[in-house]
Each structure stands twice: as C-alpha cells, then as structure tokens.
Design a protein around this ligand. Structure first.
Ligand code: FE2
Length: 251
C-alpha cells in the first residue's frame, strides 16, 4: 500500500515530534503492509515560492538514515490554499515526489464554490490538485465533490474517517460510496492512524477492487505522474453503528 499524506517529518508541524516517533510509526506501517509513504508537512501557499523551508530539509536529513527497511519515503507538502499558489509552484519543489500532483487543503469552513474556483486555478497552472480530506469541510456534499472532480482535481479521503461516526464519517462514506474518492491516505500525525484501517472496511462492503485502486494503483499512478483510474461506486451495507444510531435517534 502507498500512503501519500502524512505528518511524519519530525518536529516541523503538528505531527510527529521526534525521529524516534516517526520511525516507530513507519515500523508499524511496514508491518501492516505499507511500502511507500509521502511526507507532507503543512505549508502555507505564501511559502511555496521559497520551496520547502530549511528546517524541513534538516528534519529529512535526520530521518532518512533511520527509515526501516522496506519503506520508501517520498517528499511533498500539504499546501493550505488560503490564497492562490504563486507562479513558482510550477517548479514542483513542493509537489508529491516532484510530479505535477500537489496535495492541497482549505480552512474547514470554506464554501464549496471557493474550493471549486481554487482547484480550477491550480489546474490552469498545469498542476493537478489532490484535495486532502474533502470530508472535513462542512460544504462537502456528493454534488459539490462531483463538481470539484470535474475540474480535474483528485480527491483524497482519509482512510480512518471511514469508520468514524456522524458527519465527517458520513461524508467520507458517501464519497467512497459514490465512487468520488480517487485515493485514500492516512494523514498520520505521529499517532495510530493507518491506511490499513480502510482495507477491512472496504472488504466488508465487497470493495476488494476499490481497495486495490484507492490504496495502491492510483497512489502509484500519482507518483509515476500518470493518469488515475476511475473507481467504481460501492454498495454500502447498513452498518451495525448506523442501525443502532437510528434506533436511538429522536425524530
Ligand atoms: Fe494533513
């Protein structure tokens, strides 16, 4: 499995705080079947022109000699699109593995129209935005996500959100159910989150084919700067959690 979103570059953002913590997470990832991990520390759009900060480079130099065997690390960043990307973004210094794919996020309360416009602008620069955890935005509906994908953007749902109750989990399940998620990622912050969580959930919904595309084939296509495969919608079975919730819901 290939995980293209993590905060495991130690000590540079709100993710892993030390090399030891990152190595511990990477060892667990490997034991769960993850082979490639992109390090995507937070970066503001206003910082993109300068490329990755010197502190990120220093953290990379400290971590890489200690990476467990069987894990390949890839550079990248999670760029906050609170303003348009500068022209220097086309240098690809902060994209995923130097490809045209760039991981982007927005403030949580962002309106759907603003997301659509910003994604179109990134496409017009010749880059492909990979929208991190669209399910986190309250404006994210199946209709909005359909429009976002029509810009050419790639949607990255957080794997562990699929098993969360209520709104965010509901939105994540709706996106994967509708075939609107292109890849899944862990968004690990030095904690226990891992993309492997999604495998069991997808299998429960007869989504073996989707699991392969979302966790392996499409993330690999991104790193090879290729085109992604369409992911078929998933027939969601009623979960025990869903049935319990409705039982206790007050109309
Ligand atoms: Fe993130």
């Amino acid at each position: 499995m290939i995980d293209l979103h993590s905060h495991l570059l130690p000590g540079v953002d709100d993710g892993s705080r030390s090399v030891g913590q990152s190595v511990g997470v990477l060892e667990r990832f490997r034991s769960l079947g993850v082979t490639t991990v992109a390090l995507t520390p937070h970066l503001l759009a206003s910082q993109v022109a300068q490329g990755l900060p010197a502190s990120y480079e220093a953290a990379w130099d400290k971590l890489t000699p200690l990476v467990p065997e069987g894990i390949t690390l890839v550079r990248g960043a999670e760029v906050m699109l609170d303003r348009p990307l500068p022209p220097e973004a086309t240098d690809r210094r902060v994209t995923l593995g130097g490809t045209r794919y760039i991981l982007v996020e927005f403030p949580r309360m962002v309106p759907a129209e603003i997301v659509g416009r910003a994604l179109r602008e990134v496409m017009q620069m010749g880059l492909v935005p990979v929208l991190a955890h669209p399910e986190r935005y309250s404006s994210c509906t199946v209709e909005a996500a359909t429009v976002w994908r029509q810009t050419g953007a790639v949607l990255q749902v957080d794997a562990t959100t699929l098993t969360l109750p209520r709104s965010r989990g509901d939105r994540a399940r709706a996106l994967v159910g509708a075939g609107l998620a292109d890849i899944l990622a862990g968004d690990n912050h030095g904690d226990s989150r891992c993309i492997a969580t999604a495998v069991e959930w997808l299998q429960e919904h007869e989504g073996d084919e989707q699991a392969l595309l979302l966790l392996e084939t499409n993330p690999r296509a991104i790193l090879e700067d290729g085109a992604l495969y369409e992911v078929e919608p998933l027939r969601l079975r009623d979960s025990l959690w869903g049935r319990m919730r409705r039982l206790f819901e007050v109309e």
